[in-house]
Design a protein around this ligand. Structure first.
Ligand code: FIX
Ligand code: ZN
Length: 440
C-alpha cells in the first residue's frame, strides 16, 4: 500500500533527538517531548487501511450512512439513551429517525454532559468538520449536513480521518445489499469487500433454505453434496465481490472440533475454501447476540471466549490464516500469548466494547509488549461515514502515547530509532502488517 508520507531525506537519516543523557539513566524532558512530537506527527499523518467497517461503497447509495441523524442514532447511543429515559422500547423504535435523534440529542447531550466515548465521538467529528458544537444547535447542524454533496463530503471525511482504503462488511444474506452486487456496479477503489458469512455457521439450516431458494443443491443435513454446494456459493461470492477475506462473528462458547454443524461447516467448507483462495478467515469472538432483543442492534452482549477453539484452528490448520479480534477484555492476554505461538494468527482491532480509550490503551500496550509490531491495533467498525473521523482521531492519540513510551524505553537502552524506522513501524501498524499477512 502507498502509505509512507513524504519525508525530507535529511530528516530520514537523522536519529531522533536525545538518546541517553550523560547520567545514562533517563532521557531529558526536552528530548522526550521532541520524541513525543515526532511520533505524534508520524502517527497523525500516516494513512490508514481501515480493515473492518460497516460502510458501503457510495454505489450502494442509501446504505452508506452519513450525517448528523445517523451519527446520533448509532446503536452505541441508542443503548445509552434507553438507559437515560423511560420511553418504552417499542415507542422509541416507532419514532422516525429524526425524532429518535432529537431524543438522543436532548437526553445525552443537553440534559447530561456527553462524556461517554460514543457521545464524545460525535462532537470530535463535528468539531473536525468545522462545526461549532458549543451552540448545541441541532437544527443548524441538520441544515449544514443537508447542504453537503455526498461525493465531496466522502472525500473530506476520508481525508480528515486519514483513511486511504477501507474494508466493508458484505453479506450475501442481506436483502438490501445482495441485489446491488448481482446487478453489478463500478467499484470505488477505496472500498474493498469482505465476505461476511455468519448465517452459514450460526444459523443453519435457515441459511440452507436461502441457498436452496437461490438455486444451490443443499439439504438440511450437511451431506457431502450440501457442503460442495456451500463451497460453490462461497466461490461465487468471493469472486463476485473480490473478497479480501471471509469473516464471521461467534459466541463465547463456540467450540471446534465438535459434533456441531458449525464445526463441520468450518472444517469441511469454509477452511478449505479459504485455503484454496489463499484468503484469511476473520474471526470475531465473544459476542452474545440479542442479550436484550428489545434493544435491537444495540442488544448484543459480551462473554469470555473459550480460546481452545482458536488454538485448535491455528494448530490443526497451519495453511489457513486467521485474523482475530476478541470482545472480552479478559481474553486479551491469552489471545496475545496464542499469537506468539502461531504465525498464522494475526490480531486486529479493539472491537466494540473494548473500543474505549482506557481499554484501547491497555490492549495496545499489551500487544506491543508481547508481539512487537506484528499485529493491526485498530479497525474503526464505523457504521456511519463521519464516525471515521472520531474513531481514528481518538485512536491515533492513544497509539502515539503508547509508542512514545515504547520508543523512549528503547532509547534508554542506547538504541536510537531513526525517523524512517518509526515511519516504517507506524505504516505497518496502520495497515502494512495486515497487507503482508493477507499476501503471505
Ligand atoms: O459483528 C460485527 O461486525 C460487529 O462489529 C457489529 O455487529 C456491531 O453491531 C458493531 O457495530 C460493533 O461495533
Ligand atoms: Zn463490525
Amino acid at each position: 500500500m502507498n502509505s509512507a508520507r513524504k519525508v525530507n531525506p535529511r530528516e530520514r537519516r537523522a536519529s531522533l533527538p536525545g538518546g541517553l543523557p550523560a547520567s545514562g539513566s533517563t532521557r531529558s524532558d526536552a528530548s522526550r517531548r521532541a520524541l513525543a512530537r515526532q511520533i505524534e506527527r508520524l502517527v497523525g499523518t500516516t494513512p490508514v487501511f481501515d480493515i473492518h467497517t460497516h460502510l458501503y461503497d457510495p454505489a450502494f447509495r442509501a446504505l452508506l450512512l452519513w450525517g448528523i441523524d445517523d451519527l446520533l442514532v448509532y446503536h452505541y447511543l441508542t443503548a445509552e439513551v434507553l438507559r437515560q429515559t423511560d420511553v418504552p422500547y417499542d415507542r422509541f423504535w416507532s419514532l422516525p429517525k429524526a425524532r429518535q435523534a432529537d431524543l438522543i440529542w436532548e437526553q445525552l447531550f443537553v440534559r447530561h454532559s456527553p462524556v461517554s466515548e460514543a457521545c464524545r465521538g460525535v462532537l470530535t467529528s463535528l468539531n473536525a468538520l468545522g462545526l461549532d458544537v458549543r451552540k448545541r444547535d441541532l437544527p443548524a447542524l441538520r441544515r449544514w449536513f443537508a447542504a453537503q454533496d455526498l461525493n465531496t463530503y466522502l472525500d473530506r471525511c476520508l481525508a480528515l480521518a486519514g483513511v486511504e482504503r477501507l474494508c466493508m462488511t458484505n453479506s450475501p444474506f442481506d436483502d438490501a445489499e445482495r441485489p446491488v452486487w448481482e446487478r453489478g456496479f463500478r467499484r470505488d477503489a477505496r472500498f474493498l469487500a469482505a465476505l461476511r458469512i455468519d448465517p452459514l455457521v450460526v444459523a443453519w439450516p435457515d441459511a440452507g433454505a436461502q441457498l436452496a431458494a437461490w438455486g444451490y443443491g443443499v439439504s438440511r443435513s450437511l451431506s457431502a453434496q450440501t457442503l460442495r454446494e456451500v463451497r460453490r456459493f462461497l466461490e461465487v461470492w468471493t469472486g463476485r465481490i473480490d473478497a479480501q477475506y471471509l469473516m464471521v462473528s461467534l459466541p463465547p462458547d463456540f467450540a471446534i472440533p465438535a459434533r456441531t454443524g458449525a464445526s463441520q461447516m468450518f472444517e469441511r467448507a469454509v477452511l478449505p475454501h479459504c485455503r484454496d483462495h489463499g484468503l484469511p478467515l476473520a474471526l470475531m469472538l465473544g459476542v452474545k447476540r440479542a442479550v436484550n432483543p428489545e434493544l435491537r442492534l444495540a442488544g448484543d452482549g459480551v462473554g469470555r471466549s473459550d480460546l481452545r477453539a482458536l488454538e485448535f484452528l491455528c494448530a490443526a490448520y497451519p495453511r489457513n490464516k486467521f485474523l482475530v479480534t476478541v470482545l472480552s477484555r479478559e481474553n486479551q492476554h491469552e489471545l496475545c500469548v496464542l499469537a506468539r505461538k502461531f504465525r498464522n494468527l494475526h490480531l486486529f482491532g479493539c472491537w466494540w466494547f473494548t473500543n474505549v480509550p482506557s481499554v484501547i490503551d491497555e490492549i495496545t500496550r499489551l500487544r506491543l509488549e508481547l508481539l512487537g509490531l506484528s499485529f493491526t491495533p485498530q479497525h474503526s467498525d464505523a457504521r456511519v461515514l463521519d464516525q471515521l473521523i472520531y474513531k481514528w482521531t481518538h485512536f491515533r492519540r492513544i497509539l502515539a502515547g503508547a509508542l512514545t513510551d515504547q520508543y523512549s524505553d528503547l532509547c534508554a537502552t542506547g538504541w536510537e530509532p531513526t525517523v524512517d524506522e518509526i515511519q516504517r513501524d507506524v505504516s505497518d501498524l496502520l495497515g502494512g502488517a495486515f497487507v503482508r499477512f493477507c499476501r503471505g
